[in-house]
Design a protein around this ligand. Structure first.
Ligand code: HEC
Length: 141
């Protein structure tokens, strides 16, 4: 891809991203103490394993495993549901919509693992309503 095209692509992505956040981010997640966050063991290790294989096949070519660390910083205090929506509607960049809802959920579990958030017994909820109630916060040490 030449540089100009790449820049136009990025700009398009940015605008789409802003639109999605302004439409869906208005729910205005209040990050009070009783809010569930991605620190609360919201995915299982087994689910992240399934996501890992999908990630290798569909995402790794453009995003190395460290890509999501700085990305999550920019998403702090937003909902996991909005992140999911942006990701599942625009990625993989060369073929958006080529994966199923469930496949994106499993990939999301793997991204949480890549960012070293703790896993537990439960799997990630598949409903976006539930994901909307989960806050992206910095990792508790
Ligand atoms: C062909 C290359 C390509 C592939 C494949 C790809 N992406 Fe992306 N992705 C991009 C580009 C370009 C951006 C725009 C942001 C940037 O410049 O890094 C992006 C952005 C993102 C963002 C938003 C980051 C932010 O700053 O908010 C997420 C999340 C994401 N990708 C996840 C995925 C996932 C998950 C997959 C696999 C299902 C995937 N991508 C596959 C190229 C790709």
């Amino acid at each position: 891809m030449d540089l100009k095209k790449q820049l136009i692509n990025r700009l398009g992505f940015f605008i789409r991203n802003c639109l999605l956040i302004s439409v869906f981010g208005l729910a205005n997640l209040s990050v009070a103490d009783d809010t569930i966050s991605i620190n609360d063991k919201i995915y299982s290790a087994q689910q992240a394993k399934i996501g890992e294989a999908l990630y290798k096949d569909n995402c790794l070519i453009c995003h190395d495993k460290k890509y999501f660390r700085p990305v999550f910083k920019t998403w702090e205090n937003q909902s996991l549901g909005t992140f999911f929506l942006v990701m599942s509607s625009s990625m993989p960049e060369d073929n958006p919509g080529s994966l199923s809802h469930q496949e994106f959920i499993d990939i999301l579990a793997y991204i949480l693992k890549l960012n070293r958030y703790p896993s537990g017994k439960q799997k990630l909820p598949t409903s976006t309503d539930k994901l909307n109630l989960i806050a992206i916060t910095s990792r508790k040490k």
